[in-house]
Design a protein around this ligand. Sequence first.
Ligand SMILES: C[S@@+](CC[C@H](N)C(=O)[O-])C[C@H]1O[C@@H](n2cnc3c(N)ncnc32)[C@H](O)[C@@H]1O
Length: 216
Amino acid sequence: MGWATCDSFVHITGQIILSLWRVRRFGQLPDLYFGREQSQAKHDILERYLTPFANKILSCRYWESLDFIDGFAGPWENNDHENLRDTSIGISLRTLEAVAESRNHDPSRKKIRCIFNEAKASSYAQLEVYAEKVRREFQHVEILTFKGKFEDDSARIKAASTNLFQLIFVDPTGYTGFPPSSLGPFAGRSSEIIVNMMRSFITRFVASEREDRKKP
Ligand SMILES: C[S@@+](CC[C@H](N)C(=O)[O-])C[C@H]1O[C@@H](n2cnc3c(N)ncnc32)[C@H](O)[C@@H]1O
């Protein structure tokens, strides 16, 4: 076996082992997340967090009902266009529907609502089509969609979010972030916020040597 062939063999074997590790580790088809490892990690954390969190809120007599608010919902860079399995939309719906079913919720008296907000027109159009399609499939979860910037829509979203506990997922693109004032309307409610940011961006800007970032 020549060096080039041997090199290819090692490379291919490495890819197979990596793919098997991904399937084992995340239980997902690796193709869905190929080149999107950060999204895979984010979705894995979201999925694993939602089940115990929702069970805790729904079993507490003070709350008993939950709104999951996805302020920057997408879909975004997904490979599964049919079922959106690799998006926070698909993951939250599947996970929360399973929680409601396991708790024997009555579909005619829904205790869980998912509110998806998206600014980009083409992504919102896909979100709308998907929401319309799956309302029958996810019978235990009410689905609402909003089109616009989260900072502009947050007051309207809060008004629609009438369940007793709100879990707000803030997942903007890139490092420009979002105005924290957009969370203002939710003040005073029983709520929890998950903010997803790329740590490398934060580190890069905090550690920046730019003159205007140096202390006087
Ligand atoms: C990183 S993606 C999030 C995808 C989704 N949360 C997920 O995990 O599958 C961010 C999304 O927010 C949208 N977006 C960007 N700025 C926004 C804003 N100000 N308000 C609402 N959506 C925004 C983008 O179009 C994009 O679809």
